[in-house]
Design a binder for this molecule. Structure first.
Ligand SMILES: CCC(=O)Nc1cccc(Nc2nc(Nc3ccc(OCCOC)cc3)ncc2F)c1
Length: 281
């Protein structure tokens, strides 16, 4: 048996997926970024294939980052399997989640979910686990929200598209003054200085908790972005959702502390929510 050369496995880029190994199936959704289709990889692995419309993303930078992202692996993170970058549009190939976005899932199942505090809290806990893993790896999401989480079988919830916001080219989306910027999930330091951190992810996580306990309501209703910015800067926060226990709302409020350093880390959040879950069930 020959000795294995040290370069073994490094030559072919294992984050590069060969299009021949992908069989594209039905469309799952589309947006300004392009189209997402279900796919089968190597004949049996269920995938979602995001076909990035040209000009929406700084592709070379993303492909570089994909090498790092494929290494981020956790039961509550949507796994990036790889990219098809030898053709245009590039494909981003990830794990397939059969029930789609958490936001749509909450809205569609409101009637069965609204009374099930234990299940809603479990969804929050699952997201906090995925986010605590990213925090441990000094990885900032930058666009955490129910629309960017996905639901699989047995009420599994996973965080998707972590870090992708850095590669979006549309400055309506990336600059806090832009019309597509997720103002309602942004803390004061992001609104004022675009200063992203794991603590700005914690603020967004608080809004995500509010989305879960309202079964997918729009935060701040139909308020205009300028009105939301004004309220957030004055320290006005979202109200307690009706079907949310006081102890859970206390956790949300800590995520919305004005100063980032006053907010808990995801590591602490995960533990606090586990304690609340014990007392409630
Ligand atoms: C930026 C907007 C963006 O990404 N949007 C976007 C749209 C579509 C799918 C994905 N991504 C993924 N989707 C799934 N599963 C999925 C399953 C069912 C489904 O039902 C749609 C019709 O419902 C009646 C939608 C998605 N698994 C992994 C993904 F990664 C992302």
């Amino acid at each position: 048996d020959r000795p294995v050369p040290p370069t073994a496995g490094l030559s072919h880029d294992k984050w590069e997926i060969h299009p021949m190994e992908l069989m594209l199936m039905e469309e799952l959704g589309s947006g300004q970024f392009g189209v997402v289709r279900r796919g089968k990889w190597r004949g049996s692995i269920d995938t979602a294939v995001k076909m990035m419309k040209e000009g929406t993303m700084s592709e070379d930078d993303f492909i570089e980052e994909a090498k790092v992202m494929t290494k981020l692996q956790h039961p509550n993170l949507v796994q990036l399997y790889g990219v098809c970058s030898k053709h245009r549009p590039i494909y981003i190939v990830t794990e397939y989640m059969k029930h789609g976005s958490l936001l749509n899932y909450l809205r569609r199942h409101e009637n069965t979910l609204i009374g099930n505090m234990g299940l809603l809290l479990d969804m929050c806990i699952q997201v906090s686990k995925g986010m605590a893993y990213l925090e441990r790896h000094n990885y900032i999401h930058r666009d955490l929200a129910a629309r960017n989480c996905l639901v699989g079988s047995e009420n599994v919830v996973k965080v998707a598209d972590f870090g992708l916001a850095r590669y979006v080219l549309d400055d309506q989306y990336t600059s806090s003054g832009g019309t597509k910027f997720p103002i309602k999930w942004a803390p004061p330091e992001v609104l004022n200085y675009t200063r992203f951190s794991s603590k700005s992810d914690v603020w967004a996580y608080g809004v995500l908790m509010w989305e879960i306990f309202t079964c997918g309501k729009m935060p701040y209703g139909r308020l205009k972005n300028t009105e939301v910015v004004e309220r957030v800067q004055r320290g006005i926060i979202l109200e307690k959702p009706k079907s949310c226990a006081k102890e859970i709302y206390e956790v949300m409020k800590k995520c919305w502390s004005h100063g980032p350093e006053e907010r808990p880390s995801f590591r602490v959040l995960k533990e606090q929510l586990a304690l609340v879950a014990q007392t409630l069930t």
